[in-house]
Design a binder for this molecule. Structure first.
Ligand SMILES: C[S@@+](CC[C@H](N)C(=O)[O-])C[C@H]1O[C@@H](n2cnc3c(N)ncnc32)[C@H](O)[C@@H]1O
Length: 404
């Protein structure tokens, strides 16, 4: 199908129009810029969100339908975004039985993702496939599962030799026909493996990695490709390079920060982990306020700090972070007051940030539709949908395409 006449084209146009008209709502980052620039124009929304406690704001971030009731001024945004970014659940192959428990060495959550992915693939992949190419395969759990339930063999392409070796060992132990090619997908050539009898799959290969796959697939006319993208922000430059004609013609120019928004979701993090992350954010904001006071210019980023730092009382944390950043703290500073101010800033930034979050899935949809249209322009029939529940992985959208 030609991209110009497909349902993906009209859907892309709607999402694109919406995102282009609302950049003032989703582009500014309240964690960096307070007050948010839209607050004067939308005073009711601003007041409703600013009144939230931190815990409630964190809950509402992930539960937009409750948000629409709690802060009615947000309801139109919730509705519009939902309408544009809901995707159907993809049907799995009914006859395929996969064990409920993961095989040895496969983590439980990964297994749930893989079994859902494989079930959908089995229902979609065309006949005549001889090789499953598992792109950025890690230890090749996906490719190994595919090879074990089909007649085709698998080839894992993976950069890290240690993972390739473990993957080979696992395949041998299970008697599954799978080999590995230890290579960098951004620089290597894969012409020999992505021919017309290959089906290429990529589960959670980051931004430019799965884009490299799609480019190779269309160049080599591989029969089938399926990707569940993640980390869209991992790209070579600061700005996103659109793939399809429609996205190239769009006025929307996405910065890496915008792409990051598409992947900000913490459904899979446990309570303890979430608490620690919030504390880390509060400490960072407090530290920024503190160093701003010191007059040397605020320290907004001090690179990666050990997680253990964030378990310390704030006064100790600040001393360690200052040492690491090479800055001096103001004389006689009040740790309690600074920490309180940091938590308050976190509360307000989180509450106002809910607005940005409402656009997450629309941005993800825009990016996925760009990919779907690119494949359609090159003679593929594309499908987009959810291959599993969001609770299994927030990156639960799959794009698959078959050469017509
Ligand atoms: C998020 S993991 C996904 C692994 C696997 N597909 C899965 O779902 O379990 C991404 C994998 O890509 C590999 N990778 C990263 N950059 C790569 C590159 N340039 N070429 C090949 N593999 C790469 C990493 O080593 C890692 O195993």
């Amino acid at each position: 199908m030609n991209g110009r006449s497909s349902p993906h084209q009209s859907r892309f146009e709607r999402v694109d129009d919406w995102l282009t008209r609302t950049t003032g709502l989703w582009r500014p980052r309240p964690f960096v810029q307070l007050p948010a620039p839209w607050e004067d124009d939308l005073p009711e929304l601003s007041a409703g969100l600013r009144a939230l406690e931190l815990e409630e704001a964190c809950f509402l971030e992930e539960n937009p339908s409750v948000l629409a009731r709690r802060v009615p001024a947000a309801a139109p945004l919730v509705e519009r975004n939902r309408g544009l970014s809901d995707w159907p659940s993809l049907e799995g192959s009914p006859g395929l039985e996969l064990p409920k428990h993961p095989p040895r060495f496969v983590p439980q959550r990964k297994w749930r993702q893989i079994s859902a992915f494989v079930r959908v693939l089995q229902g979609q992949a065309p006949s005549g496939v001889e090789t499953w190419v598992d792109w950025c395969a890690g230890k090749g759990h996906l490719g190994r599962t595919l090879a074990s339930v089909s007649r085709a063999r698998a080839l894992g392409v993976e950069k890290r030799r240690r993972l390739c070796d473990s993957g080979r060992e696992l395949a041998e132990r299970e008697g599954v026909p799978m080999d590995f090619r230890c290579a960098d997908v951004l620089t290597g050539s894969f012409d020999d493996v992505l021919g017309p009898s290959a089906a290429a799959v990529a589960l959670h290969a980051c931004g430019e990695l799965h884009v490299a796959l799609m480019r190779s697939v269309v160049a080599r006319r591989a029969r089938f490709v399926a990707v569940a993208p993640c980390c869209y922000q991992r790209i070579g430059g600061a700005y996103y390079e659109p793939l399809s004609r429609a996205a190239k013609e769009s006025r929307l120019r996405l910065h890496r920060h915008d792409l990051r928004l598409a992947c900000l979701q913490e459904v899979v993090a446990g309570q303890g982990e979430r608490r620690l992350r919030k504390r880390a954010e509060a400490y960072r904001l407090s530290f920024e306020l503190l160093t701003r006071e010191a007059g040397d210019g605020p320290v907004e980023s001090f690179g990666r700090l050990p997680r253990s730092f964030f378990r310390l009382p704030f006064s100790l944390f600040a001393a360690r972070a200052a040492e690491q950043a090479g800055v001096r703290l103001p004389h006689g500073w009040d740790a309690e007051a600074v920490e309180r101010a940091g938590w308050e800033r976190l509360r307000v930034a989180t509450s106002l940030g809910i607005v940005r979050g409402l656009f997450r899935r629309a941005i993800e949809s825009w990016l996925l539709l760009d990919r779907a249209l690119f494949l359609e322009e090159h003679g593929y029939r594309a499908h987009v949908g959810a291959f599993c529940e969001k609770s299994v992985t927030p990156r639960n959208l799959m794009l698959s395409a078959t050469l017509i």
